[in-house]
Design a protein around this ligand. Structure first.
Ligand SMILES: *Cc1c(COP(=O)(O)O)cnc(C)c1O
Length: 379
């Protein structure tokens, strides 16, 4: 089955009770048993719910994994993965991470004795330099947020395997349409389904997809024991979003390409960060591991004052000033004061995230309208 078919059919079956073609929202906390321990596979909705099961199976299929696990948010999924570790264990992570991931690593899990190394992974061989006997996991995000750096997933998997480490890939920016990390050797894929998978900015949701039965069992134990599960209504919305992922992503890619080139040719724009440019430092890897380059990009103005950036941010009409990304509507944001404010300024600057950086999530509106909107906003 090809992806476009999987997105619509995988994991879902007509409702056995009524024949409803859409998986019902099983809004129930418990399930009646015929006799103690005799039931239809469901006992209590934290442990399992049929709407969630349909979504978990669909996500497993579209990421070419064997097991999917859903959570109340992307960060709840990340939290579950970190709970695979013990005090004293170490993670090597990329230095250009989603701000919330950086925050849960440093402000929550460091207090529980887990250590993190944030390093550049534009050359994955750098990972080996930070491995010691306590290292358990490598954590990457690619393309990265908000600088659209690309990390070689297959190369990172090779290094992780050499040292017997788990490789976790945050695939939120690419979505399963553009990239499937499990096929490239990753052990775990994590998604903020709030973004492209949900696709309509109407739900907060997270997921983990794995191949290995033993990792799936540990994660299912954590999912049930810690309880950060999504409700059935949210699972329904994500399942509905998933069905159009391929069609939306095609348009995100088309519009992204148009807007990236428009910005690059604009006399007032300085740098544009988008992995589809042939002179992007890791464009060849992006081309190799992705099916397209998506609608996420960021840019700076030649006038690098905070005021110049503020002006653009406040003048767009179709690009709404908001956190988040991946919805059908276009968004504009200022990482330094919004999504990445939780990263200390020195850390941000060290990694090239300057105060004047503007991030775009290019939606699926008419590309000409989007271009005109940016044109008048940049002036
Ligand atoms: C939004 C986001 C997250 C966190 O997901 P939530 O659903 O907001 O908890 C993690 N990683 C990336 C890359 C994100 O964009």
């Amino acid at each position: 089955m090809k992806l476009g078919t999987k997105l619509i059919h995988a994991g879902v079956a007509p409702d056995p009770a009524t024949g409803a073609i859409m998986t019902p929202i099983y809004q129930t906390s418990t399930f009646v048993q015929e006799a103690p321990g005799v039931h239809k596979g469901y006992e209590y909705a934290r442990t399992g719910n049929p709407t969630r099961t349909a979504l978990q199976n669909a996500l497993a299929a579209v990421e070419n994994g064997n097991h999917g696990l859903c959570f109340g948010s992307g960060l709840a999924a990340t939290d579950a993965i970190l709970k695979l570790l013990n005090p004293g264990d170490e993670i090597i992570a990329t230095n250009d991470l989603y701000g919330g991931t950086y925050r849960i690593f440093t402000k929550v899990f460091e207090r529980y004795g887990i250590r993190f190394h944030f390093i550049s992974m534009s050359d994955v061989n750098n990972i080996s330099n930070f491995v010691n006997e306590n290292t358990r996991m490598v954590w990457i995000e690619t393309p990265t947020n908000p600088l659209l750096n690309i990390i070689d997933i297959e190369g990172a998997a090779r290094v992780a395997q050499q040292h017997n480490l788990l490789l976790c890939v945050d695939n939120t920016f690419a979505s399963p349409y553009l990239q499937n990390p499990l096929d490239l050797g990753a052990d775990m894929v994590v998604h903020s389904a709030t973004k492209y998978i949900g696709g309509h900015s109407d739900v907060v949701h997270g997921a983990i997809i794995v191949k290995e039965e033993s990792i799936a069992q540990q994660l299912a134990f954590i999912q049930n024991s810690c309880g950060a599960v999504p409700g059935p209504q949210d699972c329904f919305l994500v399942l509905r979003g998933l069905k159009t992922l391929h069609v939306r992503m095609q348009r995100h890619c088309e519009n992204g390409e148009i807007i990236a080139h428009f910005l690059r040719n604009h006399p007032k724009v300085d740098k544009v960060f988008w992995c589809g440019f042939t002179d992007h430092p890791n464009h060849d890897i992006a081309k190799e591991q992705m099916r397209g380059f998506g609608g996420m990009m960021s840019f700076t103005l030649k006038d690098d004052s905070a005021e110049a950036a503020q002006k653009v941010l406040s003048r767009t009409h179709f690009f709404s000033l908001a956190e988040s990304l991946g919805g059908v509507e276009s968004l504009i944001g200022h990482p330094a004061s919004m999504t990445h404010a939780s990263i200390p300024r020195e850390e941000r600057l060290k990694n090239g995230l300057v105060d004047s950086l503007i991030r775009l999530s290019v939606g699926i509106e008419d590309a000409g309208d989007l271009q005109d909107d940016l044109k008048q906003a940049i002036g």
